[in-house]
Design a protein around this ligand. Structure first.
Ligand code: KIV
Length: 265
């Protein structure tokens, strides 16, 4: 399979077609995802919760993400790899540069940063240094303490306006990708109208270019109650490979996310 690059994702945005992303943190799952035709792997700081057992992503370090990026990159032959910049790991310019160096040298093609309009300068810094960036907006789990929990974002007119303005500003600043988490469909649609880059959604409705799920949610192995936007693709699959393929197919034919996975208002 040909190597997926940012150009592949930009073509999807230009042609209004879809691509798939799943989190993976090791060689076996990265290889299965790649063989199933999944386009992009996210080495997310969700590993703090699903692998390390923490209550949030805040304890995850750059060394953790670099280690798991190296593991996933070793086996994901065709997938583009996005690695998370952990909590406070881009707080100063030097931190941001050091973190990007470590993650890119571990095998990431793109680094993902959480925030809003505050990311404009960081996006420009990364552009100048040859680092491709994905801006994660909406429910940004690293801000869980400011949000007071994991809540849908952009529900009020004012909050929606802030998100739409942030997306437009980051698109202008030169971000390569945007990832939107837990926002109502109409906010995502407005963001699609003011941006040009590929937009990846999780709980952000059907209008984004790509969709992402945490692998453990997709495989139905996350303990306890899962979020509304989660679908267990293992429930009707014979193997993990089957479940990955079903997810990839559902994203690409537009059947996932269905209305029951979305936030309408
Ligand atoms: O860390 C992660 O897995 C993420 C996804 C939930 C988008 O950021």
């Amino acid at each position: 399979m040909p190597q997926i690059t940012l150009n592949t994702l930009k073509k999807h945005r230009a042609e209004n077609t879809k691509f798939s992303m799943v989190t993976a943190y090791d060689a076996c799952f990265a290889s299965l995802a790649s063989e199933a035709g999944i386009d992009t792997i996210l080495v997310g700081d969700s590993l703090g919760m699903v692998l390390q057992g923490h209550q949030s992503t805040l304890p995850v370090t750059v060394a953790d993400i670099a280690y798991h990026t190296r593991c996933a990159a070793a086996a994901s032959s065709s997938c583009m790899i996005v690695a998370d910049v952990p909590f406070m790991a881009s707080a100063t310019t030097q931190d941001a540069i050091d973190t990007a160096r470590e993650l890119m040298q571990a095998g990431a093609h793109v680094v993902k940063i959480e925030g809003g309009t505050n990311l404009v300068d960081l996006v420009k810094l990364y552009r100048d240094q040859g680092v491709a960036a994905c801006c994660h907006l909406g429910l940004t789990p690293q801000f869980v303490n400011q949000f007071g929990g994991y809540r849908v974002q952009g529900r009020t007119d004012e909050a929606a306006k802030r998100l739409i303005e942030a997306a437009a500003a980051l698109d202008d600043a030169g971000t390569d990708l945007i990832l939107l988490e837990c926002v109502p469909n109409h906010v995502t649609e407005a963001i699609m109208n003011v941006t040009t880059v590929p937009v990846i959604g999780i709980g952000a409705g059907p209008s984004t270019t790509g969709q992402v799920l945490v692998m453990h949610d997709l495989l139905g192995i996350t303990p306890g109650k899962t979020a509304r936007f989660v679908k267990n693709f293992m429930a009707s699959a014979d193997s993990i490979q089957d479940a990955f393929q079903a997810y990839d197919r559902a994203v690409k034919n537009g059947s996932f996310p269905a209305p029951e996975h979305c936030f309408e208002e």
